[in-house]
Design a protein around this ligand. Sequence first.
Ligand code: PLP
Length: 404
Amino acid sequence: MFQINENYLKLPGSYLFSTIAKRVAAYKEANPDQDIISLGIGDVTQPLVPAIVNRLHSAVDEMADAATFKGYAPDLGYAFLRQAIVDNDYKARGVDISTDEIFVSDGAKSDSANIQEIFGSDNKIAVCDPVYPVYVDSNVMAGRTGTYDAATERWSDVIYMPCTAANNFAPELPKETPDLIYLCFPNNPTGSTITKPQLQEWVDYANKVGACIIYDAAYEAYITEENVAHSIYECEGAKTCAIEIRSFSKNAGFTGTRLGFTVIPKDLKCGEVSLNALWARRHGTKFNGAPYIIQAAGAAVYTDEGKAQLKEQVGYYQRNAKVIYDGLKEAGYTVSGGVNAPYIWMETPDNMSSWDFFDKLLEHAHVVGTPGSGFGPSGEGYFRLTAFGTYENTVKAVERIKNM
Ligand code: PLP
């Protein structure tokens, strides 16, 4: 008789977005004429830019011709894309990463969920609270998190690093020593980030205690401030302690097109064992490459035309972020994020719970956001709005919140 992976049964179930969808559906049914604006889910709304669309079309044409047809992609990604990544994301920032340290994938979600596979099952993870849920859930599935306490909403074997207004949403070095440290800056959901010197402290700490940082830089394109690192490898010593995960979703609108990459420096070792080699082995066995068409479109991101068009597209969302941030501040709310990230994190007024505020906003402003408590216990009392809507809807939503 087969058995299941019982770790899956431990998952408390992420009902966040389905609960939101159900509440919105019920409200719509009772109020069919209401025009509801969603600033909830972190998906983009603007179409792919012309440079990318044109390259998609021409890559499809290549697939239609026997002379240029491509079958399986190289496991680690096409050389043209890995070189463009190295040149633009790293060399241009003074960071020395080589093409064989880049692993092209179908996105940051899969990479951030799968990367734990190359680490020992006894490794202890540390995560920010609130947090992008994938980091914890993937470790639950692997049996690395102990038991779940529904009352505290915490796992016994996970080190939580609260990020609240009290510490300016920047995690503090944990008292207990972790083996794996998940960091995401600019952060989802808080929209905050840390400075390069602060990130350097994490790198120094990880090197000192022998921990590995898994650095999710999915929102790197939204950084506007000078003293914020775009890559963890801008910090000295990061190549011996950090893996970096990147995405094409939010800088280039690939949420539905799927492309990302992970960087594992060859200097990152456990004793004599190279993590780069382990991930190459894992990638080669379990992944058959991102599609040629998509990788070709990904390379268009790095052309002059692509860069100019994407700067404008990211700027469009950044303008939304400013509209939300300024509007809420003007209305008297306590707001953070939005400056280096497409997320605005607000304190709920009058000590309201995140869900009560969700209901209030839906009923009185007809705006949907995301309750902070859905990202972890330290998110209680906070609420997330995203800048990924259309400009018109964003302006309208903020006006409604102001008038609420
Ligand atoms: N990492 C973080 C922190 C995210 O917020 C998201 C998506 O919202 C992802 C990764 C997923 O990125 P991708 O679309 O490349 O899978």
